[in-house]
Design a protein around this ligand. Structure first.
Ligand SMILES: Cc1cc2nc3c(=O)[nH]c(=O)nc-3n(C[C@H](O)[C@H](O)[C@H](O)COP(=O)(O)OP(=O)(O)OC[C@H]3O[C@@H](n4cnc5c(N)ncnc54)[C@H](O)[C@@H]3O)c2cc1C
Length: 490
């Protein structure tokens, strides 16, 4: 019997992971990616001996990666050489001369927190314990789609088990009650930035990421995060997935309420029994005839994107012992920066993140040098000028130089990406870095689903669907959508 053919639009983590699961379930799978390389935002660029991961840099929740590889008959250790980072992160605060180093081992880190915010230990211990319980309760719900309907979602919040874990408030509210220390609040709010959203918009349930950070450890795949993409493609090839890069999709072809294939930008027609899109959900709707779209333009206009990002890729011609692999620079008024993002303006004193993989992995930079990746959260707006964005990037470089002697003089390579690059490269939602924000009303049942209301055999996977942004979340998204496809096909 001829195998059914599934055409996948987009080669981000969600698309690559789904391709493997579907191939192993017996489908013929072809994947069409608009860019010359696979990986979506999890990508890589190299120049003058410096190699940069251009998207994710935090390898968190290692068990999700491991379980995915196990589920497709593979051992992740055959593909990735993982090292646990210690220190896992370094925090620099305006007005504090010395940085604070964390290990992502809560027992050890308690002392650092106590030095930062005296007398916080007991409250912090409770916060951490709650984050851990939330992690243990939330993960099976996410995996088994037990939060997909409004009723199930409400049950998750109000069931006796979860009710004791905190109200249905926001991360900000919970953290503010915990401690008056603005430094501690800033560190505990970092998970909201992993989700690309303000802590006052993120449901408090997501504090489970604090446990992922300080309880499960931060890891690094030697060679860089792009090794994850290479591993997925290697496993896909073993399972006969066909990859087509530089193949932007222009249209999803439909007939009588079913998808019948794709038309590529070059005019080529691809017939398919099922279509799965890993491209941004609102972009995918634009590929459909208007009558087949689930949502109007007005619906998407109202949706809140995550923040945008200024990315700076620096090749630095000396070692930087002052910095660790992961570094946060927190501005004195952390909230003010985030409010500026919501107001659509560039902050004069932003907080930002600095990643130096060559601190762990010498293969990323020429000998004696460092590859430095800087991420500044900014509004995901196209109205910001290149001059203003450049000035913002320059201010951040100046700020790093206050902690690292002769930093500016040692910059041998300086490349920058702005929010519009995300729109142009990946068709990302409103030029945002991480797609649709995870606010109360854009989470779980309120988030665009894996299925189409109008087209029976059209599905969606990746960060703009459930459960949301992050590499582990996209693995889970793939597992969920493939379960739904298989259920519909039997
Ligand atoms: C700067 C940055 C830092 C991050 N840091 C972390 C981190 O440290 N840890 C972590 O876990 N996560 C991190 N994330 C989030 C994580 O990387 C993403 O959530 C995840 O990789 C998104 O995967 P996805 O499946 O949604 O696909 P995407 O990466 O969104 O890929 C979608 C793909 O579809 C393609 N496409 C779009 N339109 C078309 C079309 N018409 N035809 C064909 N192809 C098309 C795009 O080119 C793209 O390749 C970060 C993200 C960014 C941007």
């Amino acid at each position: 019997m001829q195998r059914k053919h599934i055409a996948i639009i987009g080669g981000g983590i969600g698309g690559l992971a789904s391709a493997i699961l579907l191939a192993r379930a017996g489908y013929r799978v072809s994947l069409f990616e608009k860019n010359p390389t696979l990986g979506g935002v999890c990508n890589r660029s190299s120049e003058d001996g410096f190699t940069f991961d251009t998207g994710p840099s935090w390898y968190m929740m290692p068990e999700v990666y491991e379980e995915f590889f196990n589920s497709v008959g593979e051992n992740i250790r055959d593909y990735l050489k993982l090292v646990r980072l210690d220190p896992s992160q370094k925090a620099f605060f305006d007005g504090r001369p010395q940085p604070y180093e964390f290990s992502s081992d809560f027992e050890k880190d308690k002392k650092v927190f106590e030095a930062l915010a005296p007398n916080s230990e007991s409250a912090l211990g409770k916060y951490y314990a709650r984050a851990k319980r939330r992690y243990k309760i939330a993960m099976p719900h996410i995996r088994n789609e037990r939060s997909e309907t409004i009723l199930a979602y409400m049950k998750l919040f109000f069931s006796g088990k979860v009710f004791g874990l905190g109200r249905m408030g926001t991360m900000q509210r919970e953290i503010s009650r915990l401690t008056p220390s603005s430094e501690l609040r800033a560190i505990l709010s970092v998970p909201s930035l992993f989700l690309g959203t303000m802590p006052w918009r993120v449901p408090s349930l997501f504090s489970f990421l604090t446990y992922a950070d300080f309880g499960k450890g931060i890891w690094y795949p030697m060679g860089g995060m792009y090794k994850i993409v290479e591993a997925l493609v290697a496993v896909g090839k073993k399972n006969a997935v066909e990859y087509h890069t530089s193949s932007p999709v222009r249209r999803v072809e439909t007939e009588g309420g079913r998808a019948i294939g794709l038309t590529l930008e070059n005019g080529e027609r691809i017939t398919a029994d099922i279509v799965l899109s890993n491209a941004d959900r609102s972009h995918t709707e634009q590929l459909l005839p208007a009558s087949d779209r689930d949502h109007s333009d007005a619906f998407w206009k109202k949706k809140i994107p995550t923040f945008g990002a200024v990315l700076i890729f620096l090749g630095v011609s000396k070692k930087l012992p002052e910095l660790a692999h992961h570094n946060f620079f927190f501005a004195e008024n952390w909230d003010e920066h985030l409010h500026d993002i919501e107001r659509g303006v560039l902050s004069q004193n932003p907080s930002f993140y600095v990643n130096i993989p060559s601190a762990t992995d010498p293969s990323c930079a020429p000998s004696g040098m460092e590859n430095v990746f800087v991420l500044i959260p900014v509004p995901a707006s196209t109205s910001l000028t290149k001059e203003d964005l450049d000035a913002c990037a320059d201010r951040v470089i100046e700020k790093i130089a206050t902690r690292v002697p002769s930093f500016k003089d040692s910059i041998a390579l300086d490349r920058r990406w702005y929010p519009s690059d995300f729109g142009e490269k990946y068709n990302s939602f409103k030029n945002s870095a991480l797609g649709l924000a995870l606010t109360h009303f854009q989470t779980a049942p309120f988030r665009p689903s894996h299925t189409s209301r109008h087209i029976d055999n059209l599905y969606f996977v990746g960060s703009t669907t459930n459960p949301g942004a992050g590499v582990p979340a996209c693995f889970l998204s793939a597992e969920r959508v493939v379960k739904q496809i298989e259920k519909a096909e039997t």
